[in-house]
Design a protein around this ligand. Structure first.
Ligand code: ADP
Ligand code: MG
Length: 327
């Protein structure tokens, strides 16, 4: 018997949704109603994943569910917000119950980890596409921004860079991919707890989704300054590393799907945040320094300038070459 849209929502999305006291009215009415505390601001982000564009068509349903929420939680992390609620707009080509079960399991596994309640959504038929909107809460005035980095501040990154992009390249080339790398591509871990620790610190923060150069470029534009990036210090997961693996450095600089936080700190703040990162068992690495001169200067440890290959990063301006001129 064909399942109706309402059965489907009940079976896969209402049943598993986390309970929160601040959800006055969740899935099932014309809209959801939530109680926002008076001393908090509401932080909202939305991201869409389209099959074939944001994930390979063969990606497991579980991973699509996980990632659709993860990429959104990463945006809340970059704002220093505590996740609370989500809505889900799901377009599927057909009602495939195994697929829906897998998708919902992935989505709710991550939602449960951060007590995110799914409060509503929309379900339509068409080419596979998933849009999630997340709502988080931050103490009044404490949201983190891309703006505010100042010359002299140190530049940090959480976790490692480049693995997801390397995994995607290998998949596209039909090569096998190490499970650790595949995990970084398919199940990114949003840095929510670290974002909460940064909240109120005044750090300039962005999450790295489109590649370090592009996204760092956004942070620097918003802060009206520039940076030197020490490319030999870019962290990567245990393995051969950029020196042994041609293309890894490009993946670190220009790849995407890292979902790490890049942030600037005053020297005096580094100790506290390093301690917190250790408690979370999340490595943070100092990768550069903020400078008044706009643009990003990529340098080796010995000071030599490095010109990133390719120009496939729209938002990245003013890459300088060895002559110190825009490339
Ligand atoms: P309407 O026609 O009023 O927009 P829908 O029939 O689209 O209502 O949805 C009925 C209820 O189910 C609403 O509360 C809506 O938020 C919820 N809903 C629909 N699709 C989803 C989904 N994919 N995930 C979670 N909730 C959903
Ligand atoms: Mg309605």
């Amino acid at each position: 018997m064909p399942v109706s849209e309402f059965d489907l929502i009940d079976r896969y999305f209402r049943r598993q949704a986390a309970q929160r006291d601040d959800v006055v009215l969740g899935i099932g009415d014309d809209a959801a109603v939530m109680q926002v505390p008076a001393d908090r601001q509401l932080v909202v982000a939305m991201d869409t994943l389209v099959a074939g564009r944001h994930f390979p068509p063969q990606t497991a349903a579980f991973d699509i569910g996980w990632k659709a929420l993860a990429v959104n939680l990463s945006d809340l992390a970059a704002m220093g917000a505590r996740p609370a609620w989500a809505t889900l707009s799901l377009t599927v080509p057909a009602v495939d119950e195994d697929w829906l079960e897998g998708f919902a399991t992935g989505f709710f596994q991550l939602a449960g980890q951060y007590q995110v309640a799914l409060v509503g959504g929309d379900t339509t038929r068409g080419p596979l596409s998933v849009t999630v909107q997340v709502h988080g809460l931050v103490e009044n005035g404490k949201a983190l921004r891309r703006a505010g980095a100042r010359a002299g501040q140190r530049l940090f990154i959480t976790g490692t860079l480049g693995d997801a992009a390397c995994a995607l390249q290998a998949l596209r080339a039909g090569h096998s991919v190490a499970p650790d790398r595949l995990r970084r591509l398919n199940r990114p871990e949003p840095r929510v707890d670290f974002g909460l620790a940064l909240a109120g610190s005044g750090a300039a923060v962005i999450d790295i989704s489109d590649g370090l150069l592009a996204d760092l470029g956004h942070l620097l534009d918003a802060s009206q300054c520039g940076a030197t990036l020490w490319i030999d210090r870019l962290p990567c997961a245990p393995g051969p590393g950029p020196a042994m693996e041609p293309g890894m450095l490009d993946c670190q600089l220009q790849g995407g799907d890292d979902y790490e936080l890049c942030f600037s700190l005053d020297a005096g703040q580094v100790g506290t945040l390093s301690r917190f990162a250790r408690e979370l068992q999340l490595p943070i690495t100092e990768i550069g320094v903020i400078e008044a001169q706009t643009g990003i200067r990529c340098r080796h440890e010995d000071g030599r300038l490095y010109t990133p290959s390719g120009t496939g990063f729209d938002h990245f301006r003013e890459v300088v070459n060895d002559q110190g001129r825009p490339a």
